[in-house]
Design a protein around this ligand. Structure first.
Ligand SMILES: [Zn+2]
Length: 226
């Protein structure tokens, strides 16, 4: 995909994050991998005022080109794209329910089988560190071990995926799970799925969306558009 298309897609995605309630104001940021590194949303600028050419182009050594400096969280985006070859896009949001959970510095346990969408039987919360620091990125990378999403303590959340479209969809799924967990907690601690129950879900997700042999149509999880 050429850089012009990726710039357009990145801006559309950043605006969609605001329109869907994931972000407000200038909070949150997004990146997409490109041939020479990655494109990332600029720092401190409302996305409705941005043009595609305002997206910063960064190389993996941290140098950048563009009319505005890159998001202050560029290290997280760079480090995820470097550590996860399967990642094509990274989104970071201060979405309401994920951030509320992150302020309690608690991992999200297997309260719902859709947790497995993010790679395992829980979603971790990275330790607190000042925004924009290498320490924050290092903590996030550790929390993302074997996962495609994490919370950031007293801050927000991170999700990565194959491309912008799928990562935005995953981010909305993640915020929905955070809301469901938050609501479940209003009634006390929810019942959790066992390790064996989650292992079965994880196995089924690995084949979800692939053609199934005749008579095996029950192999797909009941996951809507997931
Ligand atoms: Zn942030």
């Amino acid at each position: 995909m050429n850089e012009t298309v990726l710039r357009d897609g990145l801006l559309v995605t950043a605006r969609a994050m605001a329109a869907s309630g994931l972000n407000k104001g200038t909070a949150g940021n997004a990146s997409v991998r490109c041939r020479d590194g990655f494109l990332i949303t600029p720092s401190g600028r409302p996305y409705e005022d941005c043009r595609p050419e305002d997206m910063a182009l960064m190389t993996m050594d941290g140098s950048w080109q563009g009319p505005f400096s890159p998001s202050s969280e560029w290290r997280i985006h760079r480090d995820i794209l470097a550590a996860h070859p399967e990642a094509g896009a990274v989104l970071h949001a201060h979405s309401p329910f994920a951030t509320a959970l992150a302020c309690h510095r608690r991992d999200i346990p297997a309260f719902h089988y859709m947790i497995a969408r993010f790679g395992g039987s829980d979603i971790r919360c990275a330790p607190y560190a000042t925004f924009g620091t290498q320490a924050l990125s290092d903590g996030a990378l550790a929390a993302l071990e074997g996962r495609s999403a994490c919370l950031l303590a007293n801050h927000g959340m991170l999700v990565f995926g194959a491309d912008l479209r799928r990562t935005l969809a995953l981010t909305l799924e993640f915020e929905t799970l955070c809301e469901q967990y938050w609501r479940a907690l209003q009634l006390g601690e929810p019942s959790l799925l066992s390790a064996a129950e989650m292992a079965e879900v994880i196995t089924r997700f690995k084949t979800y969306g692939r053609p199934q042999p005749t008579g095996a149509s029950d192999a797909a999880p009941h996951a809507g558009s997931a």
